[in-house]
Design a protein around this ligand. Structure first.
Ligand code: PAF
Length: 286
């Protein structure tokens, strides 16, 4: 098969994958909600390196949006997405299903997963049910495409941790590959929601990364008063016009809070803050 193919039906995707699987080709799945930017393309390029075939899914998943969030206005740019993938030559198939294809009984009547309590912390605290929706759609996409490897970005660090949890918990036969964050020249993590920022906010937005990096540097330099570091980063961001959801230092493997005599190894600084209409998230490893 030459060139990029776009399908919307589960059956069509399965027919494409069948000979790949029969030929023992390794299949990577890159789930996205579209509005692709350089961060997504980097995920696809990594997928290309570790697999023979790459499936990119484009699906704005209704079950991961809370009431009042941006599901309706989430940027949908299917033609640009296809053009970006064509020109990067990093995918074989785009699976862009309708909601009814993923949720045949309707999104409100879908079987729901309930993730462990970690899903209600950090981003889950301000977005109740968000990760249950993410887990539900990723599980469905894996079930449909049966990939060997799932490629997800490290920017959504909690999402990545919860998907690893899901895969282990349900004994899914898929490897999870976390790909590094792609940033702009100022350090702002690329995100489809950055387009909600106006010009002045765009100039201020990299402060989130700077604040998290400063906390990571302080820990590396021997500072272990984690609560004070979190509070000081949050108040510095608030003073610059951010509305901070959280700045938290966690263990990168378990996402648990570190104990105060933790020596800093294996920690991660996570943050989420609203700026204008955008909610930005980022993280920095210590
Ligand atoms: O990270 C995202 O874009 C979404 O949460 C995902 C993984 C595509 C599920 O809808």
């Amino acid at each position: 098969m030459n060139g990029l193919v776009r399908v919307t039906a589960t059956r069509a995707l399965r027919e494409i994958c069948e000979p790949w699987r029969a030929g023992r080709q390794r299949i990577a799945l890159v789930p996205t909600m579209g509005n692709l930017h350089a961060g997504h393309i980097s995920l696809c390029r990594q997928a290309r390196e570790i697999a023979d075939r790459v499936i990119v899914t484009i699906f704005v998943n209704p079950t991961q949006f809370s009431p009042g969030e941006d599901f309706e206005s989430y940027p949908r740019t299917p033609d640009d997405d296809l053009a970006a993938l064509e020109s990067a030559q990093c995918a074989d198939v785009v699976f862009a299903p309708e909601v009814s294809e993923i949720y045949p009984h309707g999104a409100h009547n879908a079987v729901r997963l309930a993730l462990p309590p970690m899903s209600s912390e950090l981003c889950g605290a301000s977005r109740p049910g968000h990760f249950d929706g993410v887990a539900g759609v990723v599980l469905r996409l894996c079930h449909i495409a049966q990939p060997d490897v799932l490629v997800l970005g490290q920017k959504d660090f909690q999402q990545l941790a919860l998907i690893r949890w899901l895969v282990t918990d349900l004994s899914l036969d898929v490897e999870v590959h976390g790909a590094p964050i792609v940033r702009d020249a100022e350090g702002l993590a690329l995100s489809s929601r950055n387009r909600y920022l106006d010009a002045a906010e765009m100039r201020r937005a990299p402060e989130l990364h700077r604040a998290l990096s400063a906390v990571a540097s302080a820990i590396r330099a021997g500072s272990h008063d984690f609560e004070a570091l979190e509070a000081s980063a949050a108040s510095s961001l608030e003073s610059q016009g951010f509305r901070v959801d959280y700045v938290e230092i966690r263990n990168a493997d378990t996402l648990r809070r570190p104990v105060s005599d933790d020596n800093g190894a294996g920690l991660i600084v996570l943050g989420a803050a609203r700026l204008g209409k955008a909610r930005l998230i980022d993280n920095v490893s210590v």
